[in-house]
Design a protein around this ligand. Sequence first.
Ligand SMILES: NC(=O)c1ccc[n+]([C@@H]2O[C@H](COP(=O)([O-])OP(=O)(O)OC[C@H]3O[C@@H](n4cnc5c(N)ncnc54)[C@H](OP(=O)(O)O)[C@@H]3O)[C@@H](O)[C@H]2O)c1
Length: 313
Amino acid sequence: MVGEPMNICVLGGTGFVGTALVNRLARDGHWVVVPTRNPEHGQHLRVLPTVELATANVHDPSALDRLVTGMDAVINLVGILNEHGRCTFQLVHAALAQKLVAALKAARVRRLLQMSALGADTGAPSRYLRSKGEAEAHIRAAAAHLDFTILRPSVIFGPGDSLTNRFANLLRLSGGFLPLARPQARFSPVYVHDVTEAFARALSDRKTHGQSYELCGPQVMTLEQLVRTTAQAAGLRCLLLGLPDPIGRLQAALLGALPGKPLTLDNFRSLTLDSVCADSGCERLGIAPRTMAQILPGYLPSPATPGNSRAMA
Ligand SMILES: NC(=O)c1ccc[n+]([C@@H]2O[C@H](COP(=O)([O-])OP(=O)(O)OC[C@H]3O[C@@H](n4cnc5c(N)ncnc54)[C@H](OP(=O)(O)O)[C@@H]3O)[C@@H](O)[C@H]2O)c1
């Protein structure tokens, strides 16, 4: 599945998914440029000999032009779950996709892999999902000059995620007690290396041009089951209190005002939509996705692991 070595620019390549993907692309022999707002965010990629970190503002059209010129393919992973100051969903998802499409056209680069999200739609209930839907629309509208592939995962788990690690930390801090908004919201968590496999396969497969792929794990589970599975793998106590929607909404409003915004009203609105696949993109790409139970014990520290606060207490 490796194909010819390519020059690839990975926007958002320093993050959780980006780190796994850039490592994978480097291992496959590709030359990779990773723009970042802050080179500290990409320090861990410096050890990869075919990877170059570039400090750049990807929202500046001329910087974007320079980054994509001469590339064989561009992958856009840039995304935020919460808005901060001027970094709105509109700017980071929709406007960036529009600028990227223009830059690719000017540089005559045809291949684009776009990271979207399951449920992305211009009519979705949250601003996050609507802006991801707008980004997709900008890309689809450029089909005449773009060979695009859109990847739409459910929630992604793996080492360094902000899903299972966050719940494990919360359970550790709270002694296992967690009031949970939208406990019956359904997900199909997908392993980060199954997601990067999907990108790697799509990259050099012409059949994926103009297509989108929903990426799900093999199981559908509620948020409550997801947290219990995390707790079990980490050997943590787990006492969950499912909140009715009016209280869950209030919890989101309060937590959204805290530093770090553990949950926001916009997150809550995303949770009103099940994040499960209607068609199996993994299967279409020949990938057999792995379960949380298979993977979690490999990276979540259990109470017996040195460095865990309970083990040290
Ligand atoms: N994680 C999931 O469960 C999940 C599920 C579905 C879809 N997705 C999508 O997958 C993509 C990657 O997610 P992730 O979990 O890897 O996110 P992440 O760890 O937070 O990484 C985000 C990346 O985007 C860049 N970025 C963030 N804000 C930016 C801004 N204002 N301007 C320019 N660059 C910015 C960061 O680059 P620098 O900080 O280096 O500049 C970083 O490389 C996102 O598009 C996300 O919406 C994720």
